[in-house]
Design a protein around this ligand. Structure first.
Ligand code: ADP
Length: 468
């Protein structure tokens, strides 16, 4: 079975969030199950040089995007046993940051180009995928293009598509002027309707994936249910309810090989305390928060009771970037609590591993969370998660029950800062009761956060989609 993953980020080449972790690990796991899984990405400037130097130029051609005639190179490299392809176009991908061009025409143009380039590159890959596995809005146009541009191509008509929602909040919504100019679709065409890509007079890329892909998946069972309701549906819950027969939730795993275990928790903690100039004390509970600092991640709850948290006997380490208002609140508080709060406004993967490995507790009170990988990484490093019961957090963290000894973390239900604070205090109290604390650690050791089971579920879905 041949599956081509199409995505806008992937470790170890380029990462802004959990999507990159998934694309960097699921194909590898599928290959262990005998699937010929490969990956195609944009060739960004930010991909480290030692990878760029290893890339082999396969071919290049010119691609017509509306009136534009564009260079499209295809490069290839194998990493960790997985074949990767890269779409090269300097104008679109040699920039300082990989996203962040907002809802501009230019942002739409870049990922329309990418989607079209992927389809046009298929004859040159010496690999004929039976399934295109698409991820998030940047790749969502592909099933639409298959329908509008390739109906007379037998090779393309055989291809099946699976569209995975990693985060429904980011949909790729653009002004109508892209319709004719980039997508070659008229406002009167059926594709530009509520049942197509039209969204309140604008163009919604995500809707192309949701309406035209053969199957839809998202990254946890709970999120698959939640997004069928208006609160989580980001305006697309009706469409998702209509397609719920084709909508599946499969939880992400982590590639544990990428997260080498370190020394004992206490040794890691002391090392980090020294490095961050926090008082060294192996016994004080250390809580960490490693996250994009955006409202999705429940940062409002944390800043609302930050003083109360810091009045507890603990140390709190924050690593993240995001909205300036949050960055500033954390930095300001770290001036007031220099012995308790250490704040780092940067994106630094190796540093994040040190923090996971050093902390006793990991805070992740998300407003919504499609899957969440951070809590899995935390569990792997024995940092016990404190989460809100939503999406993948609900599916991976069971609140510890001190009466029957079950559970691998702490959780609360309502999006409420004092419920979170209460849960933090409960976690701290259990931290000081070693028999209970050790029981949680044992439960964590016995659980499995690898890809194995989820990869098998994807294989079943691939079989299903090929039968259609
Ligand atoms: P999302 O994809 O919504 O940001 P996930 O929990 O799925 O959330 O994945 C986040 C990933 O990014 C995790 O691997 C986490 O460790 C990492 N991460 C988040 N912020 C930082 C940061 N500032 N520095 C390093 N890694 C980070």
């Amino acid at each position: 079975m041949k599956v081509l993953f199409i995505a806008s980020e992937c470790v170890p080449f380029i990462k802004t969030g959990g999507l990159a972790d998934v694309i960097g690990s699921l194909p590898k796991e599928l290959r262990k199950l005998g699937i010929d899984a490969r990956v195609i990405l944009p060739k960004y400037k930010a991909i480290p040089n030692h990878y760029r130097e290893k890339m082999v130029h396969l071919t290049h051609f010119n691609l017509q995007l509306g009136w534009r005639n564009l260079y499209c190179g295809i490069e290839h490299l194998e990493e960790d046993g997985v074949p990767f392809y890269f779409i090269d176009n300097q104008n679109y991908f040699y920039r300082e940051s990989i996203y962040g061009y907002g809802d501009s025409f230019d942002e739409a143009e870049r990922f329309t180009f990418f989607s079209q380039a992927v389809l046009e590159s298929l004859p040159y890959l010496q690999f004929q995928p039976e399934i295109l596995h698409l991820n998030d809005w940047q790749t969502a146009l592909i099933p639409l293009f298959l329908k509008t541009h390739y109906v007379n191509h037998d090779d393309y008509m055989k291809i099946r598509t699976i569209f995975t929602i990693h985060n429904l909040k980011y949909q790729g919504i653009f002004q109508q002027d892209i319709l004719k100019d980039l997508l070659d679709i008229d406002p009167s065409d059926p594709e530009f309707s509520v049942d197509g890509i039209e969204y309140y007079g604008r163009v919604n890329f995500m809707k192309a994936g949701l309406n035209y892909a053969n199957l839809i998946t998202t990254v946890s069972e709970t999120y698959a249910k939640e997004i069928q309701y208006p609160f989580f549906g980001e305006g697309l819950d009706g469409l998702l309810r209509n397609r719920n027969q084709d909508l599946y939730g499969i939880i992400n795993g982590i590639d544990v090989e990428r997260f080498p275990r370190q020394q004992s928790k206490q040794e890691n903690k002391v090392k980090l305390q020294e490095m961050l100039r926090l008082p060294t004390d192996p016994h004080i509970p250390m809580i960490s928060l490693i996250s994009r600092l955006v409202s999705q991640k429940g940062i409002d709850l944390v800043v609302h009771v930050l003083d109360e948290i810091l009045q507890q006997n603990l140390q709190f380490v924050v690593l993240g970037t995001g909205e300036q208002k949050y960055e500033q609140i954390f930095l300001e508080a770290s001036n007031r609590y220099p012995k308790k709060l250490s704040v780092h406004i940067t994106f630094d993967e190796p540093f994040s591993h040190m923090i996971y490995a050093a902390s006793d507790l990991f805070l992740m009170p998300s407003l919504f969370e499609p899957c969440g990988l951070s809590q899995l990484i935390a569990l792997h490093y024995g940092a016990i998660p404190i989460v809100r019961e939503t999406g993948g957090l609900k599916d991976t963290v069971q609140s510890f029950n001190e009466y029957n000894g079950e559970g691998n973390g702490f959780s609360f239900t309502h999006y409420n800062a004092h419920d979170m604070l209460y849960t933090i205090k409960r976690a701290l109290s259990i931290y000081h009761q070693p028999p209970l604390w050790n029981k949680i650690k044992e439960n964590i050791k016995a659980s499995d956060f690898t890809w194995k089971k989820s990869a098998e579920e994807y294989v079943s879905l691939y079989q299903l989609v090929l039968q259609r």
